[in-house]
Design a protein around this ligand. Structure first.
Ligand code: ZN
Ligand code: FE
Ligand code: FE
Ligand code: ZN
Length: 285
């Protein structure tokens, strides 16, 4: 077994802002020695929520077929079928029952919207100029707490996403605002991901920052890893740094998912991960 870890956050063109079929993401994963991947595209929403950034409800069957085809052609690499589902006001009406019926391997729960504001969409960046940044983070973590309470997700996606464009809080304030949400994630039995997508964004660092990850570890919240790949070359990118971050935050194990059940695996040596993904060549630009 290589010292490599699975990538459990990967998109497809069905969300309208990614490119590459699941089979192409799987090919990168094989080339980089990943032991498994889970495709987790943006979930369809029957109420029209954020329709421009997700598959239509009628495309779910095609999604499953793409993932199944990738798995069949992956030469033994497990290619699992998950979903990234948004928490938003109103999702309670359909999302828990829908997820229950889907038999996914993994459900990532994410907050991308505060009311009508898609705060991580570059097209909506000007809104950040008009809002109170502290209040925005407070609202964000409030949504995360409600996400946890809904009880239908396995992993929280990109825990401190509002920092994407550089709108940070001072660390003490961030910890204070995040603590109640982390308590609820722990109570819900959820995991968090180290998401390397932030390395490719203006903030230039992973989600979450180390102090928040330490708070998760202190609460017994397990960790997993996702590149948030929206292109096949992004699979596994930055995972050497992600493993180093997990170790530095005090984790010794991470979790893998199948059929929405998880099992713990010891963390590998970051140097082995760096070697597997090609060291500097696989670093984000
Ligand atoms: Zn996306
Ligand atoms: Fe997301
Ligand atoms: Fe994503
Ligand atoms: Zn994402």
């Amino acid at each position: 077994m290589t010292g490599m870890i699975p990538d459990t956050h990967i998109h497809t063109p069905l969300c309208k802002h990614a490119r590459g079929l699941p089979a192409e993401y799987a090919a990168t994963a094989r080339a980089r020695g990943l032991p498994e991947i889970c495709i987790t595209d943006h979930a369809p929403a029957p109420d029209g929520y954020d329709a421009g950034c997700r598959m239509a409800p009628g495309q779910l069957a095609a999604y499953r077929e793409w993932v199944a085809a990738a798995a069949a052609a992956a030469g033994g690499l497990p290619v699992r079928c998950g979903i990234e589902a948004d928490y938003y006001a109103g999702c309670e009406a359909w999302l828990p029952a829908w997820l229950e019926a889907q038999a996914f391997d993994l459900v990532i729960g994410s907050v991308h919207f505060l009311d009508a504001w898609g705060f991580d969409n570059p097209a909506n960046l000007p809104v950040w100029e008009r809002v109170d940044v502290v209040r925005t983070w407070e609202r964000y973590f409030g949504r995360v707490a409600r996400l946890a309470d809904l009880g239908c997700f396995d992993v929280l996606g990109h825990m401190d996403l509002p920092k994407k464009f550089g709108h940070r809080l001072d660390p003490a304030r961030a910890r204070e605002l995040a603590a109640p949400a982390l308590d609820r994630l722990a109570a819900a039995g959820m995991a968090v991901e180290i998401n390397t997508g932030g390395l490719r964004k203006p903030v230039g660092e992973m989600y979450p920052e180390e102090s928040l990850l330490v708070m998760a570890r202190e609460r017994g919240i397990p960790v997993c890893f996702g590149s948030d790949a929206h292109a096949p070359t992004e699979v596994g990118l930055g995972f050497d740094r992600a493993v180093a971050l997990a170790l530095h935050a005090g984790y010794t194990e991470y979790v893998r998912f199948e059929g929405r059940r998880r099992r713990s695996v010891p963390l590998p040596d970051p140097a082995a991960v760096a070697a597997a993904i090609g060291g500097g060549a696989a670093r984000p630009a």
